[in-house]
Design a binder for this molecule. Structure first.
Ligand SMILES: Cc1cc2nc3c(=O)[nH]c(=O)nc-3n(C[C@H](O)[C@H](O)[C@H](O)COP(=O)(O)O)c2cc1C
Length: 199
C-alpha cells in the first residue's frame, strides 16, 4: 500500500540519541510547529493547546531545571542514570512545551454543561493530536524527537522561568534535534486482536 500520509507517520519514531545540529533553520522548525498545532483539530474548535518553543540555551535551561528537581528526589545511588538521561535530552537542539489552557476548558464546561465531564478529556485528546502532528512534521524534515513527561514536577519552575499564565497546564515536553542514531526495531501486536471488521 502506498499512501503519503501513512509513510509520514511510519517515519515518526522516538529518537533518543539527539544532537544540536539541526538540518533546518530554527525559523523553519518554529513555522512547522506553529502550522502543525494550528491545523490540529480540537473539540468545538476550542483551540485549547498552547506551546512554548525553547532553542539552545533556553532549552538547556529546561533540562537543568528538570535535573535539579530530580536531584532533590531521586536516591543518590540512582541519580547517575537519571543524570545521563537528562543530559541526553539537553544534548538536543530544542524543546517544545505543550500546555492546555484550562481557562478555555472551564469556559466550555460552563457554556455547555451537558458535556462538562468531556471537555477535560477532549482537551487531553487535542493535546495528543497536536503533539503527534508536530512530531510527524519534524520527522519529515529529518528532525528527531522524543516525548517526555516531567510535569507536574517541573511545572512551578517552568511557569516562573518562562512566565506562562496560571491557566496553562503543562502536559508534555518534546525534545528535538539532529538524529545521531536511528530508532530501533518496533514490535507490533497482532492485527487480529486489535481490529474487528464487519461487512
Ligand atoms: C502518550 C505518550 C506518552 C509517552 N511518554 C513518554 C515518556 O514519558 N518518555 C519517553 O521516553 N517516551 C514516551 N513516549 C514514547 C513511547 O514510548 C513511544 O512512542 C513508543 O514506545 C513507540 O515508539 P515510537 O515512538 O518509536 O514509535 C510516549 C508516547 C506517547 C504516545
Amino acid at each position: 500500500m502506498s499512501n503519503a500520509f501513512i509513510e509520514m507517520i511510519k517515519n515518526r519514531r522516538t529518537i533518543y540519541n539527539l544532537g544540536d545540529a539541526l538540518p533546518v533553520s530554527e525559523e523553519h522548525v518554529t513555522k512547522l510547529i506553529k502550522e502543525a498545532v494550528k491545523h490540529s483539530p480540537s473539540s468545538f474548535n476550542s483551540q485549547t493547546s498552547r506551546v512554548v518553543i525553547l532553542f539552545g540555551a533556553e532549552h538547556k535551561k529546561l533540562w537543568n531545571i528538570t535535573k535539579e528537581t530530580l536531584r532533590a528526589i531521586v536516591p543518590e545511588q540512582a541519580f547517575a542514570a537519571t543524570e545521563q538521561k537528562i543530559d541526553s535530552f539537553a544534548a538536543g537542539a530544542g524543546s517544545i512545551l505543550f500546555f492546555e489552557d484550562m481557562a478555555v476548558v472551564k469556559g466550555l464546561q460552563e457554556q455547555f454543561p451537558l458535556y462538562a465531564d468531556n471537555f477535560p478529556i477532549w482537551s487531553e485528546q487535542a493535546s495528543g493530536i497536536a503533539q503527534f502532528a508536530v512530531w510527524t512534521a519534524l520527522a519529515q524534515e529529518n528532525v528527531g524527537a522524543s516525548l517526555q513527561h516531567y510535569n507536574p514536577l517541573i511545572d512551578t519552575q517552568v511557569q516562573k522561568e518562562w512566565g506562562t499564565p496560571d491557566n496553562w497546564v503543562l502536559r508534555a515536553q518534546m525534545v528535538f534535534g539532529s538524529i545521531n542514531a536511528p530508532a530501533g526495531d518496533k514490535d507490533f501486536m497482532d492485527d487480529e486482536i486489535r481490529f474487528k471488521i464487519f461487512k
